[in-house]
Design a protein around this ligand. Sequence first.
Ligand code: HEC
Ligand code: HEC
Ligand code: HEC
Length: 353
Amino acid sequence: MTVLSWLWLLSCAPSQLPPRHGALAFEAVDAFEARDLERLRRRGEALAAEAWGTDELQAAGRLLAHADDTRAACVALGRLAAACGACHDAHHTAPAAPPGRSQVSELWRALALRDDGRWRSAAKGRSFLHVEDWPGRAAALPRYLWATAGEGRASWRAVGLDRHMRSHLGAATDAAWFVARGQLDQVRRRAAQLQHEAHPALPEVLQPFVPPMVEAASALASAQTIPEAAAATTTLARRCASCHEGASASVAVRTDDIQRLQLDPDGDHGMAPYLLWTSLLVGSDLAWREGARALALPPRRPGTEALRARYGELVTRARSATGEARGDLWTELLATCAPCHDAGGVSLDDATL
Ligand code: HEC
Ligand code: HEC
Ligand code: HEC
């Protein structure tokens, strides 16, 4: 190492960085998880007074010291992690620390320690947190902290957000079914029901998820062809699912639907797509697997050999599809329904909706 690089290191190394300088912040995160705001504020005061800290870190400490509700605590903890992260970044270090007690504290540590692998593994299964850059991750973390704090939930119920959501489910599912039936005028009518302003009960942190959903609904409403409409249902389902993930909303698929299919060894050609669709909306792996298995029953009167072969190929692919590939497969599958029913002279009556 040259003299110059030693000098460079000395000038960049923080002076008097105390051993275990992250401890106070880790304790603040634990206090947050224990919902002990008093303890959290005291850690904030101490951090704001630490002489080794950067301006950013001290500002985050002051924010924490004045956090008088959960929302404010989430924002302050996000700022704090970003401040720790910025200094580690400036010193090209991604320090290690023992595992946190929960997913929340793992995510916090990943951001503060600039540990990319740690972030990826803690964010697994939550596409809402699949953000590549650190500023984006710093913005997502407070929202996630707030959502997992669970305070929103009671107020959602009180104003009937669950009812509102069930009507979303009805409109979106009907729209997909009309795509399967090739009736684009009906698709338009159902998709229009989803084009609305944000529900007043929706917490501020979830408001940004509404416009993308509405945009997907209008794309669905203006689709001119079946394949276009099929692709639009997939985008819509992904947008519903991303808000559910962001809110940590517990949206369940009805287990009796799954059980019904499990009881039918031959599968159920009509019911299976419904299960695949709901699996996309709520991210249920079980619903997808059972739906894919139940698709297998070949229709008795295939429209044409080509359509039957195509269907068979999609059924095979559905069984092994994971992650994003499931949505893509759904797009292709939904576009096959109407052409094959038309070719086979099958008409689905309203009872199948
Ligand atoms: C002024 C810059 C700076 C700030 C601010 C900073 N760190 Fe560090 N941190 C470093 C440097 C440089 C290292 C690596 C050298 C070392 O281990 O002392 C490090 C190492 C660490 C380590 C591993 C070594 C140890 O002491 O345990 C942890 C954990 C840590 N930082 C956590 C944090 C947390 C949490 C915050 C925010 C509250 C934070 N750091 C803020 C510069 C900083
Ligand atoms: C802006 C965020 C957001 C968007 C967009 C969204 N949801 Fe929801 N959804 C929620 C939240 C939050 C809950 C949890 C409500 C509760 O627990 O009371 C929920 C719950 C649900 C439920 C369960 C309701 C029940 O019975 O408890 C269903 C079904 C649902 N959503 C379907 C949909 C569908 C379909 C779409 C898209 C067309 C959609 N949601 C779009 C936030 C959203
Ligand atoms: C390869 C041709 C073909 C494809 C592709 C196809 N179907 Fe069918 N479907 C049929 C035939 C033929 C029937 C009439 C019943 C039978 O012969 O099994 C039928 C019947 C149905 C029924 C009536 C109830 C039942 O189970 O018999 C529903 C519901 C249904 N299809 C939904 C769908 C949906 C949704 C899709 C797209 C995801 C789809 N089908 C794709 C050929 C097909």
